[in-house]
Design a binder for this molecule. Structure first.
Ligand SMILES: Cc1ncc(C[n+]2csc(CCOP(=O)(O)OP(=O)(O)O)c2C)c(N)n1
Length: 386
């Protein structure tokens, strides 16, 4: 390699020009909203007027997701967990849409939805046991941190192959329809997943067979370093549903009340009218993962401009105005949460770590000869290393 290739400038990347937050033009672009940037009722959708307990659960879950994110970063950076997938900025989009579904509905997860697990009743200990790869968590500690799921909560974990599970979700929803049971489904995926063939197969299938499912595309602006304008030439991700006869809309993903309203409606109508593709317009405030450096492809000013639309302070202002939440309650909640996080981290770290050979368990009811050989070889290699 020449000295020119190894200069810092050559590695500095070529950040894309700043794109102004799409939400600045929400009204003009037909992005549905309940709240304005200051949490006042100024959108085109009415206040869903949710019960106090529902609002508090939603907000506390969002705060918890944000605190988990901050703690996870520290643990990853200090070498105590292997990997991190941040969800900062997307707390409202996934928490509110999950809460709009009934507990008996099935969820197919992507990877930025810890609030989905919390809203369904998962404990902090369960989540941190997954982050630490401990054997007693529902997925037996065999997946990357944040690739969450729990069959007992009707939550199917994602496959790491982007978008690959969207047809399975549509198929499962179709099966429920054929069986005549009332279960509805929601499947989460990102803007990047809409470029995969599986997204289009699932949309085509859904347009024809009308399974009771909500396709929830969290458009967070980026698929690693690929911005929206390099992902598609369509004006929106939602309108891709038009080609397949799937109802669709765009909603402000940083407005939890708007996300709740449109998801609830799509869910309630799913049995009679079939699927809806919802594009939640949000923004990934952090890096793609702990292995990413966003400074190489986007300017920090772009993320800064999105802070105005941060779902957490925005929702807090709404709650404060309604007299449902105060600064003092917030302080107390966050202080108690830190203690709960300390306890969950310590307890999870002390749990048994999954043994390497356990990755071969649960693949087939009867392990194949090849798997048995691989397992024996790996154990021999590990014994040789000891
Ligand atoms: C088929 C496939 N290609 C590439 C990757 C590597 N990869 C992991 S996440 C990701 C970007 C996904 O972007 P998006 O769907 O917008 O979701 P986000 O990560 O932004 O939430 C890529 C390319 C992968 N996991 N699977």
């Amino acid at each position: 390699m020449s000295s020119k290739d190894t200069s810092p400038a050559a590695f500095a990347g070529n950040p894309r020009p700043i794109v102004r937050p799409v939400l600045d033009r929400a009204r003009e672009l037909g992005i549905r909203q309940v709240l304005d940037a200051d949490g006042a009722l100024a959108g085109d959708l009415p206040d869903p007027d949710l019960p106090r307990e529902t609002l508090l659960k939603m907000y506390r879950t969002m705060l918890t997701v944000s605190a988990i994110d901050a703690r996870g970063w520290k643990l990853q950076r200090s070498g105590r967990i292997d990997f991190w997938i941040p969800s900062r900025g997307q707390e409202g989009s996934h928490t509110a849409s999950t809460m709009a579904m009934e507990p008996s509905d099935w969820i197919f997860m992507a990877s930025r939805e810890p609030g989905t697990m919390l809203a369904r009743g998962a404990t902090l200990l369960q989540l941190f046991a997954q982050f630490f790869g401990r054997a007693e968590e529902p997925l037996k500690g065999r997946r990357l941190p944040l690739l969450l799921g729990d069959r007992s909560l009707n939550i199917v974990p994602c496959m790491t192959i982007v978008g690959s599970y969207i047809p399975h979700a549509a198929g499962a929803a179709w099966a429920a329809k054929i069986k005549g049971d009332d279960t509805r489904f929601i499947v989460y995926f990102g803007d990047g997943a809409t470029s995969r063939g599986e997204f289009h197969s699932a949309m085509n299938f859904a347009g024809i067979h009308k399974p009771p499912i909500v396709f929830l595309c969290q458009n967070n602006g980026w698929a690693v370093s690929t911005p929206n304008d390099r992902q598609t030439a369509s004006a929106t991700f939602a309108e891709k549903g038009d080609a397949y006869g799937v109802r669709n809309l765009r909603v402000d993903g940083n407005d939890p009340l708007a996300v709740y309203s449109v998801t609830r409606k799509a869910r309630d109508e799913a049995r009679e009218l079939g699927p809806t593709l919802i594009e939640t317009v949000t923004y990934r405030l952090g890096p793609h993962t702990s292995s990413d450096n966003p400074d190489l492809y986007r300017r920090s000013e772009e993320a800064e401009a999105w802070r105005r639309w941060d779902p957490i302070p925005r929702f807090r202002k709404y709650l404060e105005r309604r007299g449902i939440w105060t600064a003092q309650e917030e302080q107390q909640f966050l202080a108690a949460l830190e203690l709960q996080l300390d306890q969950a981290v310590h307890a999870a770290e002390a749990m048994r770590q999954t043994a390497p050979a356990e990755m071969f368990d649960d693949v087939f009811a009867q392990p194949t000869r090849l798997l048995q050989e691989q397992r024996a070889q790996m154990l021999a290699d590990l014994a040789g290393e000891a």
